[in-house]
Design a protein around this ligand. Sequence first.
Ligand code: GUN
Length: 290
Amino acid sequence: MVLLDGKFISEKIKEEIKIEVQNIKNNGGRTPHLAAVLVGNDGASLTYVGSKVRSCKKVGFESTLIHLDENISEDNLISEINKLNDNDQIDGYIVQLPLPKHINEEKILMMVNPKKDVDGFHPFNFGKMAQNMDSFIPATPHGIIELIDRYDIDTEGKNTVVIGRSNIVGRPTSILMSNKSKPGNSTVTLVHSRTPDIPSFTKKADIIIVALGIPNFLKSDMIKQGSVVIDVGITRVQDKTKKKGYRIVGDVDFESVKTKVSYITPVPGGVGPMTIAMLLKNTLKARINN
Ligand code: GUN
């Protein structure tokens, strides 16, 4: 069994980005600049956005955190988005999800200038990705593909099962794995909460990507010997023995599954750190495109 070390690979990617940023600066170019919009005080979102902003510093990017009150009106949020669209010092930005219930998420994501959409959530970028055209690929699916690529895992003609159909992870990952590319060229089945017998699919899968948000969902009796398992779950579970009062638990029952697999991502330290690295990569791409 090989552990897919997302922490190690993401550090390597960040080093590569840092060198490119240094080259831009040495040639008199402007420093790449990422902004993050956070509405409200959701604990997990605060952690993720904080981590994204800190990572910018590590690679030599500028970053701006726009932290807005959770009661902000939709119109005022749109005016903040428009300011970012008009600010030519900002190369790319993200709107951290979820947004409060009174705000129409779809409407907000549609307002993001596709050229600054480093999350790749705008339908313009999503559509381009689905047609295998050059675009911003959402950071988590991009991180999964990059991890598979860096470990040289063969995906061509393999049976890939993606569990979960979210716009952020499951659906884009299923598209990327079936695209005519490397990694890709896989035969993909997308299963979800309305699929009657998920084990009947996972038992036949060469590659399983789990993005459900249900701790320890995938058990060893649901997979075949030698499969590749990618765990996207990051559920916070209360744990008084931890300093933070919680621990992060994946969607895979790691202890039982690890004895059967050829490759597996740990949680934490697998897909999570790759997500941030790919967001930085997208920001660098936005800077270069500008
Ligand atoms: N919420 C959960 N994952 C993400 C992500 O990748 N980007 C943004 N903007 N919000 C998220």
